[in-house]
Each structure stands twice: as structure tokens, then as C-alpha cells.
Design a protein. Sequence first.
Length: 270
Amino acid sequence: MSRPANATTTSKAVIGVSLKMYFGYQRTLEYCRDVAAVALAHPAVQSGEIELFVLPALPALPDAARILGPAGAAAGAQDIFWEDEGAFTGEVSGRTVAELGGRYAEVGHAERRRIFGEDDRTIGLKTAAAYRNGLTPVLCVGEQQPGSVEEAIRYCAADIDAALNRAQSLAPAGRTIVAYEPQWAIGAPKPATAEYISGVITGLDAHLRSLPGQADSRVIYGGSAGPGLITELDNAVAGLFLGRFAHDPAALKTILDEAAARSTRQEVAA
């Protein structure tokens, strides 16, 4: 049964890792083996309390999925094309990603928007392609400059609406993970403040889960996220979307431990 959009939730945490283009093929597989060992030994991952996924470079996706799947984790793609087949040289479809064992597709990352000129139309089309092919879109949103919590909520809610309105006009709505990544925090020495993150995501979580078909969708935080952060965040923040601070599997284990401990505290408080 879907929860009401405004309900307090104690559901599973969501922890995702994007490797961007930092790792080569062999190093990616070594990393996935280490993550699989961590996941297999982690009670919260094995119980389903924590949803864990890794987004490697595309050539490593099939092997990453085979390595991570038996350990209770999953793999996905850092990008997909909006069509399922055709004369689109160099692109990879959501259909192919799913066929390779991917379960997630990142769309709309700030680097895709800035470097490759992706706009709301493109991001909406890619979100629809994810839904259509049974992939969970990891929809990235984030304001460009620091401001108030209210300004960030308005900016990011508009991006969410632009993507999902177009996507749902083309494909049945599915569960969405929104990764709130303020662009000014990506690659910074430290993330946004816990108070700021919690305030923005509380607003975005309520907005997202009030939309048609999105009652089970969640909002996670990315942007220089690492160990120690999730313990400081409000319960509305479902988890973290990690980059370089999770490239060390030991650091990822620490984050999983922190997420599990936070979930336990939420259950006790409830």
C-alpha cells in the first residue's frame, strides 16, 4: 500500500554511488567486488532496509550487475538515450541498459546539463525512457547558486515538474529517486549544511510524493556527500547519492552503518 504523500516515513534508506569516469574497467570490477563483499556482510542491505546501487561506466555494467546482484545490491547506467532503437550513433537505449542487467538510470545530472546542453525536454524524454524500460530514474536536480531554502525548493520543484510532466505524457509513471545536488556543492570540499539540506529535501519530498504515481518515490542528497553526513540529516532525507567520498569501500561501509543506525533510531522513535 502506498503511503500518503505527507506521511512520516521510516522506510528503507537509499544509498547510490556514481563512479562517473574515474575508474577504468578493471578497477571498476575490483571496486564492485569489494562493495559486494561489504553488502553481503551488511545486515541492513541483506534485509532490504538499505537500497544500495552503483552506477559504473557503461562498458562495466554487465559485469557490475552480475557481481552486485547476488550480494543484494544493484547496478545502473549514468545516462540513457530517449529512444529505444534507431539511427542514433554512439547512444545507448534504456532497453539495452535493462538487457545488460541495469536497474537504474541517472538522468539530468548537472554535468550533463552544463557540458552537453541537456534541457528540460531532453531530461523528460530520458525519464520516460527509464519508466518505459522498467528502470528507476535517478533524476538529478539542484540550484546553481547558494540562496535560501525556499528559493532552492522552488527552483528544484520546477525542474522535477518539468521532467515528470513530460515523462508521464509519454510513459506510465514509475517510482523515481530524485537526487538533490546543489550545483555549487558538487566537487566542493564539503557539502551544504545539514540544516539547509534537510530544509530543501523536506519540501521536495512532500512535493514529489504528492504527484500522481510518485507516492513511493524518495529524495536523496548528493554533492560532496560522505561519511558522517546522514547522521545529521532530517528523516525526510531518504539517503545519499555519493561520488568520490565513496570510492573507498571502507568509507561506503561506514555510510551504510550510519544509515542503518539512523533507521533504527527512527523506528525506536516511532
